[in-house]
Ligand binder design. Structure first.
Ligand code: ZN
Ligand code: ZN
Length: 229
């Protein structure tokens, strides 16, 4: 017998969520065309951030908003004994990418966790999501292209410039691995569970582009609205 992960009602076999729970999820229907920042009106175009400062990434795709109950699924999915939630989210992301005909890349990379954090938690949720998506879309995946080199610490007390500088030092692109690939990827996608401000994605896109990648997109299960609005 199969049960819906949200309402625990009886479900058709092989489904994580029942049709009603699926329908009621906070879908990111209206959003910035570039960074997926959610908004309430059926308006197409770019948000103020993307207009003022053009991002280094080409497209961010996030089918859901970071709101109830998706926020709970993501938070609980980080618990070691709730792996089925993370698997359900990964399957959902893969399904939505195909449904919405999102351009597929040459290479998929998960946004890495700091090694200490990964050791404590035992896994990187972005890595699990990326693996599920890569398998579904039959695209290559690498875990060793980006390394997180230092913990960024509390960012709130820092100025914007300081935050930017910290972020620049936070990730390292392993160019040797990139160049050793059968072909230098032209189009890369970064996978994460949640995208909040987009600054991590933007920074990684900038570094990947300076390593010769032409196009960098970001895929996240859920997109949070920026705090400063
Ligand atoms: Zn349900
Ligand atoms: Zn935007």
């Amino acid at each position: 017998m199969f049960f819906c992960l949200l309402c625990h009602g009886i479900n058709p076999p092989g489904r994580d969520l029942c049709p009603e729970c699926l329908r009621q999820l906070p879908w990111n229907r209206f959003h910035c065309e570039r960074c997926a920042e959610p908004w309430d009106d059926p308006f197409t175009g770019l948000c103020q951030h993307c207009v003022t400062e053009e991002p280094y990434f080409d497209l961010c795709y996030s089918p859901l908003r970071y709101a109830f109950p998706v926020d709970q699924l993501i938070l609980q999915g980080k618990q070691p004994n709730r792996g089925e939630l993370l698997l359900a989210l990964g399957r959902l992301l893969g399904h939505c990418i195909l449904r919405d005909r999102i351009p597929l890349p040459d290479l998929i990379l998960p946004v890495p966790l700091h090694p200490d954090k990964q050791q404590t938690r035992g896994f990187n949720q972005a890595g699990i999501l990326a693996r599920l998506v890569a398998r579904r879309l039959r695209r290559p995946l690498r875990y060793d292209v980006i390394t997180k080199v230092r913990e960024r610490g509390p960012q709130k007390a820092l100025s914007r410039a300081e935050r930017q500088q910290n972020l620049q030092r936070a990730f390292r692109i392993n160019r040797t691995v990139l160049r050793a690939l059968p072909q230098l990827p032209r189009h890369v996608v970064l996978v994460d569970d949640v995208m909040t401000t987009g600054s991590t994605l933007n920074q990684l896109a900038r570094q990947l582009r300076s390593s010769g990648v032409e196009r960098v997109d970001g895929w996240a299960v859920a997109r949070a609205a920026r705090q400063s609005r």
